[in-house]
Design a protein around this ligand. Sequence first.
Ligand code: FE
Length: 351
Amino acid sequence: MPLCLPTRRRLLAALAVACAAHAAPTIAADPVLNLYSARHYQTDEALYSDFTKRTGIRINRIEAGDEALLERLRTEGRNSPADVLLLVDAARLWRAQVDGMFQPVRSKVLDSRIPEHLRGKDDGGGAEWFAFSTRARVIVHNKASVKPGQVATYESLADPALKGKVCTRSGTHPYMLSLIGAISEHVGEAKAEQWARGVVANFARSPRGGDTDQIKAVATGECGVALTNTYYLVRMMRSEAAADKDAISKIGMVWPNQQSWGTHVNVSGGGVMRNAPNREAAIRFLEYLASDPAQAYLAEGNNEWPVVASAVMKNPVLDALGKFKADTLPIAQVGRAQITAAKIIDRVGWR
Ligand code: FE
């Protein structure tokens, strides 16, 4: 192999240069982190500048919706400058993992601070993504037309007594895929499909709009009952707008399945990209997100809960929703269950 030696020599020379650069931080460029985030909240600004202040690592941020970010990453492929990707919902995080976007991370800080069921495991025992905040998917009902006792469980949404009263967003949305997938994990695919068929039979209208639209339609009485993530409800509860105050006065909220497996909880989270140019900075950033102050910022920014037990956050309106029994199904299992959920919604026509 006559080519081998010179090639190898060149490689070694290149490595020596690279190592020298590494060993001389004074001549290195300012450390940076390229962050792709589907989050866009004011409090996140404080979060990022705090990270830079503590570590000297500057953050370049690309913010867009989840789907737009994923599309961009697919287009950029191996040449993507992204170091960290933050997404919402286990369905999207798991999909990104399966698409090979993340690399496994082993970190004592993350392992000790993020509960095990809130990590997106890889086969090697590390995690490819981590949850940094949680939200619950709850039932809201019109106080005049539906009693809370009628909608104590997700299962109850298929009760024939609620015919013409149930509203949801599209079954294809990640929030619905995750919930339907979780239900399927608990009761089995056949029963989950039977349930989904019952929900579709109870629709007050074809699925449309986001969670806030469901809440508003419950308030007007167009829908008797609907599903929403808690932060949309709390956002409306904190609103000073007269229309929002009026809507909130018309609706009640139920923590579903308190006598059985608990209310479905989902996450926002993120991981280190497979080809992250700044891997060290990326891991430091994730570890920072798991710190007490960052956890408070993250959760507060979108009326969510921190995942780290010791983090303290002041959100009286969120606290006013009360305590509840949360489903403890591992979040990676929820993400994977979307495959079954997608088949179910196809079969029952929950579009
Ligand atoms: Fe959302």
